[in-house]
Design a protein. Structure first.
Length: 123
């Protein structure tokens, strides 16, 4: 018997899926399940237990989803993440991390970069 208060914990991983040949094969399998053409360009995918259940083309927003699994929440997460990726500056997307290539800056003028400064509390 199903209890409506029972919670099922499932980890959904969102990542780029067009990086390797294995990822491309998984994307083609998903497209076949969804009876649609595969996605082109940068693609984000949602995985559950290592299985690709949904994918979205970052630029066009077209989605593929496994019709035999519940994917509405994964699709919503993919749409949100794709919109975030689209609005990031191109320079930042290419580097992969916002911290790469940036120098540490001093917290206060005249203090050395990276030094921890303790401020005294005003009485």
């Amino acid at each position: 018997m199903f209890n409506s208060e029972t919670q099922i914990n499932t980890t959904v991983t969102i990542r780029r899926v067009d990086l390797t040949e294995a990822d491309r094969a998984r994307l083609a399998t998903l497209a076949e399940l969804d009876t649609r053409d595969t996605l082109e360009g940068p693609v984000l995918g949602a995985e559950v237990e290592g299985r690709l259940i949904a994918a979205i083309a970052v630029e066009g927003g077209r989605i593929l989803a496994d019709p035999f699994r519940p994917t509405s929440e994964a699709q919503a997460m993919l749409k949100l993440r794709a919109s975030q990726v689209r609005t990031q500056p191109a320079r930042r997307r290419q580097r992969g991390s916002r911290l790469i290539g940036r120098r540490a800056r001093p917290a206060l003028g005249g203090s050395p970069a990276g030094q921890i400064i303790t401020l005294r509390r005003a009485s």
